[in-house]
Ligand binder design. Structure first.
Ligand SMILES: [Fe+2]
Length: 346
C-alpha cells in the first residue's frame, strides 16, 4: 500500500494507494493542500477514485468538493452527512474498493452524527472519533457524548488492538498510535463507565474552533470560503505594484484612472491624488454612469488590497479588460509616505 500523511496545522489527511493498480483514495483533504495531494498522486502515478470526509468538519475547510469538480471523482461521506454534494453515501459495514485495497467503514457517531472510521489492512482512520491521547469533542453541532461512548466502546475499541490508529487531528507531531495503546494510555478511555464518560465529555469546556461558522457553512453546503473568493478573484486579475503606480502618477503621460472603492469617509480622509471614488457596494449599479470607456486603464485600490481584488474581478467580468488591482492598499501607500489628497474631490 502506498501511504502518505499530509499535515496542515493540526489537521491530518491521508492518501492511500494500491501499488498494483495505481488506484488511490484521499481521506479528509484540506483546502490549502490541494496542490500537494495532486503532486503526491502524480509523483507515484496514482489516480484518485474516492475523496472521503470522515465527518462534517467544523474546524477546517474540506477540499473534497473542489477536488471532485477538478478531477471528476466522487465525494464519499456517511449516510447521515447533510452535505448536498456527496456522491456516494456509505453505511457502516459497507466497503469501498480501491484497486486491491478494501476500505471498511464503521459508523461511529458521537463527535458528529455522520462520523465514520475507515479500516484498511493494518490501520484504521479514526477521523475525530478517536485521537491520540484524546477523543473528538461532542459539544459541536450534532455531537452526542452518549453516542460517542457507544461508538468507542462497542465498536472501534473492539477492533484488533494491534491496528494502527491514524486520526484526523494530531497536535504533537506523533505519526500514529494503536488501538491497544489508546485503550491502555488514553486518559479519556479510562472512563469506561458510560455515565462517567458522558459527564467527562460534557464538562470539558473547550474553546470554540476558529472559523467554526465558516467551516460548517462551506463544508455543509459546498459554498466557497472567503479566502477562496479572494484567491479566485486574484487568479483572474493582473496587479500593479505601489512603485509602478507612483512612477505612473509622476509621469502623467500614461493615462490611467485610479478608482478608489472604499467607503466615503475613508476616501475623504485621504486618497491617491486624482483618484475617483466609487464604493465597492455601488460598483455594479453605477458603473454605466461613472465608467463610460470600457477600454480604459483602471487601477483599483482599497484599504488593504482585498476588496480591490474583488472589485477588479467584477469590472473585468463586466468587460473592463483594462482593470488592474493595486498590489497592496492605501494603508501601504500612506505608510510609505506617498502623497495623499483629503476631501470629497479627486
Ligand atoms: Fe471534526
Amino acid at each position: 500500500m502506498i501511504f502518505e500523511t499530509v499535515a496542515s496545522g493540526g489537521c491530518r489527511s491521508y492518501l492511500i494507494g494500491c501499488e498494483q493498480t495505481c488506484a488511490a483514495a484521499l481521506i479528509d483533504p484540506e483546502l490549502s493542500q490541494i496542490d500537494r495531494y495532486l503532486a503526491l498522486a502524480a509523483r507515484d502515478g496514482l489516480r484518485f477514485h474516492y475523496l472521503i470526509d470522515t465527518h462534517t468538519h467544523a474546524d477546517h475547510f474540506s477540499a473534497t468538493r473542489q477536488l471532485a469538480r477538478q478531477l471528476d471523482v466522487p465525494v464519499v461521506m456517511h449516510r447521515a452527512s447533510p452535505a448536498p454534494f456527496v456522491d456516494l453515501h456509505l453505511e457502516g459495514g459497507e466497503l469501498l474498493v480501491v484497486g486491491r485495497l478494501r476500505l471498511h467503514s464503521l459508523h461511529t457517531p458521537g463527535h458528529t452524527r455522520d462520523s465514520m472510521c475507515l479500516q484498511v489492512e493494518d490501520r484504521v482512520f479514526t477521523g475525530d472519533t478517536l485521537l491520540i491521547g484524546a477523543t473528538g469533542r461532542t459539544d459541536l453541532p450534532s455531537g452526542d457524548a452518549a453516542a460517542l461512548y457507544e461508538s468507542l466502546f462497542q465498536t472501534l475499541l473492539r477492533l484488533d488492538p494491534a491496528l494502527k490508529v491514524f486520526p484526523a487531528h494530531e497536535y504533537k507531531g506523533r505519526t500514529h498510535s494503536t488501538i491497544g495503546h489508546e485503550l491502555a494510555e488514553n486518559p479519556r478511555l479510562q472512563k469506561t463507565e458510560r455515565g462517567a464518560f458522558i459527564e467527562m465529555m460534557q464538562t470539558l469546556n473547550l474553546t470554540m474552533p476558529t472559523h467554526l461558522t465558516e467551516a460548517l457553512r462551506t463544508n455543509m453546503s459546498g459554498g466557497k470560503t472567503v479566502a477562496q473568493m479572494l484567491s479566485d478573484a486574484a487568479a483572474a486579475v493582473p496587479f500593479m505594484s505601489l512603485a509602478e503606480l507612483k512612477a505612473r502618477l509622476a509621469d502623467q503621460s500614461g493615462r490611467m484612472l485610479v478608482l478608489d472603492v472604499r467607503e466615503r469617509d475613508a476616501y475623504e480622509a485621504g486618497h491617491i491624488p486624482g483618484a475617483m471614488h466609487l464604493p465597492r457596494g455601488q460598483l455594479e449599479l453605477r458603473v454605466n454612469d461613472e465608467l463610460k470607456d470600457p477600454t480604459a486603464r483602471i487601477l483599483v485600490c482599497c484599504e488593504f488590497g482585498r476588496i480591490s481584488t474583488l472589485a477588479t474581478a467584477t469590472l473585468r467580468t463586466m468587460g473592463f479588460q483594462g482593470a488592474v488591482a493595486l498590489d497592496g492598499g492605501m494603508k501601504a501607500w500612506r505608510e510609505a509616505g506617498n502623497p495623499i489628497t483629503q476631501g470629497a474631490s479627486p
